[in-house]
Design a binder for this molecule. Structure first.
Ligand SMILES: Cc1cc2nc3c(=O)[nH]c(=O)nc-3n(C[C@H](O)[C@H](O)[C@H](O)COP(=O)(O)OP(=O)(O)OC[C@H]3O[C@@H](n4cnc5c(N)ncnc54)[C@H](O)[C@@H]3O)c2cc1C
Length: 256
């Protein structure tokens, strides 16, 4: 039986572990912490297969200065961090062209389009006990930055993403308790919402363990290849695998 090592027990690592297990691989999952304590713990919980439009896009370049200046804007920056982030920010800007945006959007769409089906397959084996709401997700906006909203709607249309553009009356009918500050919106009736992302992850993780998966709480410090096989090292142990998945989220570039 082929052995696969997975570094990172966030939602990516755990879902990869379950699918590889289904395919008959022997899987060992590593994390320096308990499963699901990083980004997979505290996110907004949207199952959002429509979210293929990246942050890197031409219109964001002109929006950033006003976002930074507004105390209620979606961006905040520690000004003493600016010198350190210049290399990252330059790369971010270089990826804001129309071509790069569409390249990312198409590839994201290919993956996201399969995501609900993939979750359904994993959810069949666990009891979710009301942890997932299937009421759709509604986005609304005011009359500011309407060009950006139009761009997003057009890209999703071009990609074939299912979306329902809604007017003021339709928004009110869908969500009568919402203060009518809005100008328009979009409704994804198939989207879902996780009430507690961490609890869902733990149920999936437990299923992996129940089916014979192994979890080791270790900080992986080094990754190398020995006769083309990946070799992992923690402070005290060494592991050789046939295949390796790096699912360390934001930490995936460095292993120490
Ligand atoms: C505020 C916020 C809101 C979000 N809202 C949504 C949303 O609504 N919907 C959505 O789909 N996504 C959302 N996201 C994104 C989503 O949370 C992440 O994409 C997802 O959780 C990433 O999962 P992951 O498994 O790749 O990484 P993580 O959950 O970060 O897991 C990585 C794991 O790797 C481990 N690790 C790292 N390095 C090592 C090492 N050297 N050795 C051992 N272990 C290691 C870490 O301990 C960690 O447990 C949101 C993110 C944020 C921050």
């Amino acid at each position: 039986m082929l052995k696969v090592g997975i570094i990172g027990a966030g939602i990516q690592g755990v879902c990869n572990a379950l699918f590889l297990q289904k395919k008959g691989y022997q899987v060992i999952l590593f994390d320096r912490d308990e499963p699901g304590n990083a980004a997979s713990y505290g996110n907004a919980g949207h199952f959002s297969p429509y979210a293929s439009v990246p942050l890197n896009r031409p219109d964001i370049v002109s929006d950033v200065p006003s976002m930074l200046m507004s105390s209620r804007g979606p961006l905040a920056l520690k000004w003493n961090y600016v010198p350190k982030m210049i290399p990252w920010f330059s790369k971010f800007l270089m990826n804001c062209t129309n071509d790069k945006m569409m390249h990312t959007a198409k590839n994201m769409h290919q993956i996201l389009d399969q995501s609900l089906l993939a979750y359904d397959e994993l959810f069949e084996e666990i009891d979710l006990e009301g942890l997932v709401e299937n009421n759709g997700i509604l986005y609304v906006w005011n009359e500011k930055n309407l060009k950006s909203r139009e761009l997003e709607i057009k890209i999703r249309d071009d990609l074939g993403v299912k979306q329902q553009v809604v007017n003021k009356k339709e928004i009110h009918d869908l969500e009568p308790n919402l203060k009518p500050f809005y100008h328009g919106g979009v409704f994804y009736d198939y989207a879902r919402h996780a009430r507690n992302p961490k609890k869902i992850l733990i149920k999936l993780f437990q299923n992996f363990i129940n089916k014979g998966g192994k979890f080791l709480k270790l900080n992986i410090q080094d990754l190398n290849f020995d006769e083309e096989k990946p070799v992992l090292r923690s402070e005290t142990q060494r592991f050789v695998f046939d295949k390796l998945v790096i699912a360390c989220g934001a930490f995936s570039k460095k292993t120490n």
